[in-house]
Design a protein around this ligand. Structure first.
Ligand SMILES: [Zn+2]
Length: 118
């Protein structure tokens, strides 16, 4: 029987899982029970998280600045943003397709052709 009482709470488990998954620095001592008010909606947010669970606002000013910048860019691109994203997804699917990769291997230049080009 242990001589010392140990109580493991939800914070301990959540933090251990984050450390095990590489999402948290083991030296980070912030807990889920310590909170700060969201700068946008004043909802209490655990110190251990980066975004407000109520409104999605970043707790860190530089994170929110980056998000605001990207939102502005998306607004400027309008419907083009969706088209560009879809084109990127299509290209990624093609590049990861084994048949396409095999085809690309067949059209690699021969050493002689490379030497001819210098
Ligand atoms: Zn909020």
């Amino acid at each position: 029987m242990p001589s010392r009482y140990c109580h493991v709470d939800v914070d301990d488990v959540a933090i251990a899982v984050e450390v095990a998954q590489g999402l948290r620095d083991p030296e980070d001592t912030s807990s889920f029970s310590e909170t700060v008010d969201c700068p946008n909606c004043e909802h209490p947010v655990p110190l251990a998280v980066r975004f407000c669970g109520s409104c999605g606002h970043a707790l860190d000013v530089s994170d929110q600045s980056e998000i605001d910048f990207l939102k502005k860019k998306l607004d400027e691109l309008g419907e083009d943003a969706l088209t560009m994203w879809q084109a990127g997804q299509d290209a990624l699917t093609l590049v990861n397709n084994p048949s396409f990769r095999a085809f690309m291997e067949t059209i690699k230049m021969s050493p002689e052709a490379k030497a001819e080009l210098g």
